[in-house]
Design a protein around this ligand. Structure first.
Ligand code: ADP
Length: 188
């Protein structure tokens, strides 16, 4: 079974690329951001707790996110493959994912890291704010907070997957088409 991870800062284009990958390879797209926004839209208890955290630009607790992922993998059994987008975001999440996949008799196929510098991240998010209605994209303080959280909590995953020999690096400062070509070459 294929289990691919899209790593990268907010605004790197993970969601856009995920859409293209799913279309071409038929994988199941698991975006923790989308799952959380879905809970918020439904007004569930989890959604209420998450919305405050997300709007501040903080990370939702590992426990909540890991539980959501487990359910999604279980309900998606039979898919051709899985594509994780926005997960894992902390070392604890990455370790939990490794354990979960081992339980299912699998392992991460590759972690595809889309690189983008902080200035470009800001520009991309501000551009997205004009297209999509996301509160966490409009406030510069929130955006700054997300970027520093990325460096502090998520960037260590690059070394984590490099040590496992699973890291694949991609330059995100390129056209959607070119980024997708690089990703396809990895998945192929
Ligand atoms: P972006 O890639 O632009 O940061 P996402 O849609 O992936 O957007 O995530 C939006 C927000 O949802 C994050 O800022 C965070 O608060 C929360 N979130 C998403 N995925 C996770 C995760 N794996 N762990 C903790 N919080 C998460």
């Amino acid at each position: 079974m294929n289990y691919y991870i899209l790593l990268g800062p907010p605004g790197a284009g993970k969601g856009t690329q995920a859409g293209l990958i799913v279309e071409k390879y038929g994988y199941l797209h698991i975006s923790t951001g989308d799952l959380l926004r879905n809970e918020i839209a439904k007004g569930t208890e989890l959604g209420k707790a998450a919305s405050e955290i997300i709007n501040r630009g903080d990370l939702v607790s590992d426990e909540i996110v890991i539980g959501m992922i487990r359910n999604r993998i279980e309900s998606g059994k039979g898919a051709k493959g899985f594509l994780f987008d926005g997960f894992p975001r902390t070392i604890a999440q990455a370790e939990a994912l490794d354990r979960m996949l081992a339980d299912f008799g699998g392992e991460v196929s590759a972690a595809i890291s889309i690189n983008l510098d902080d200035r470009m991240i800001f520009e991309r998010i501000r551009h997205r704010a004009m297209i999509e209605d996301r509160k966490d994209d409009t406030d510069p303080v929130t955006i700054g907070h997300r970027i520093s959280n990325y460096h502090e909590k998520t960037e260590p995953l690059i070394s984590y997957y490099r040590r496992q020999g699973k890291l694949r690096d991609i330059q995100g400062d390129d056209s959607i088409d070119n980024v997708f070509k690089s990703i396809s070459a990895i998945i192929q």
